[in-house]
Design a protein around this ligand. Structure first.
Ligand SMILES: Nc1ncnc2c1ncn2[C@@H]1O[C@H](COP(=O)(O)OP(=O)(O)OP(=O)(O)O)[C@@H](O)[C@H]1O
Ligand SMILES: NC(=O)c1ccc[n+]([C@@H]2O[C@H](COP(=O)(O)O)[C@@H](O)[C@H]2O)c1
Length: 173
């Protein structure tokens, strides 16, 4: 039987910390199902990128890192108002899975309450590999964000004029 782990995140945007988590998980499971959460949201400061844009970035990032893409699913899932039934709802969108993969305490708890085992990855340079920090750098024009994401992700953000979007949303020019 194929053993799968479900890894939810907002991936706004995906960074090297996320890529390391996926590689770590692939040592423990046959397939990783990446759930792009909060799929309904885009064009805000916390969620600047659409679900579809995030699908591209996740795919490109993992390809660039040499991950075997035949072991990866990427599935966008919108949020719902009921935490209690969220894991069941996620399971409706994903292939059958054995493990949740998360560090976020709420997500860990919800997987456990729903009867799933949880794989908790180590923190990978969390002080810098943080999407919040990356978005702040994008906003203030600090170019070091580029070193925190795979090159293909930075290239895609340039193509869709992502920095311009974030700065406009924030009312900066
Ligand atoms: N550097 C990292 N090392 C290990 N786990 C991480 C790292 N960054 C994020 N994670 C974990 O990956 C999952 C998804 O994270 P998420 O997409 O929210 O990234 P984030 O960097 O925490 O984003 P944000 O700052 O926008 O909340 C969460 O369980 C989170 O704890
Ligand atoms: N009730 C819900 O819809 C619900 C509950 C828990 C997590 N989630 C989502 O799962 C993802 C988890 O990612 P983070 O660990 O980055 O928060 C987020 O998109 C979050 O909104 C949704």
């Amino acid at each position: 039987m194929v053993v799968r782990g479900v890894y939810p995140g907002r991936f706004q945007p995906i960074h090297w910390g996320h890529v390391n988590v996926v590689k770590w998980a692939l040592e423990k499971v046959d397939e990783v199902v990446i759930v792009i959460g909060t799929a309904q949201e885009s064009h805000t400061l916390s969620n600047p990128f659409t679900a579809g844009e995030r699908v591209v970035m996740v795919k490109e990032a993992l390809k660039e890192a040499g991950v075997d893409m035949s072991r990866i699913y990427i599935i966008p899932v919108p949020d719902i108002l009921m935490n209690v039934v969220w894991v069941k709802y996620v399971a409706m969108y994903t292939p059958p899975f054995r493990y949740g993969i998360a560090r976020n305490p709420l997500v860990v708890r919800l997987f456990k309450e729903a009867g799933y085992e949880v794989l908790v990855p180590p923190p990978y340079n969390r002080e810098v590999y943080s999407s919040t920090k990356i978005r702040t750098m994008m906003l203030i024009g600090d170019e070091t964000w580029r070193s925190l994401v795979p090159q293909s992700v930075a290239k895609f953000i340039d193509e869709i004029k992502g920095i311009e979007r974030i700065r406009e949303i924030a009312g900066r020019d």
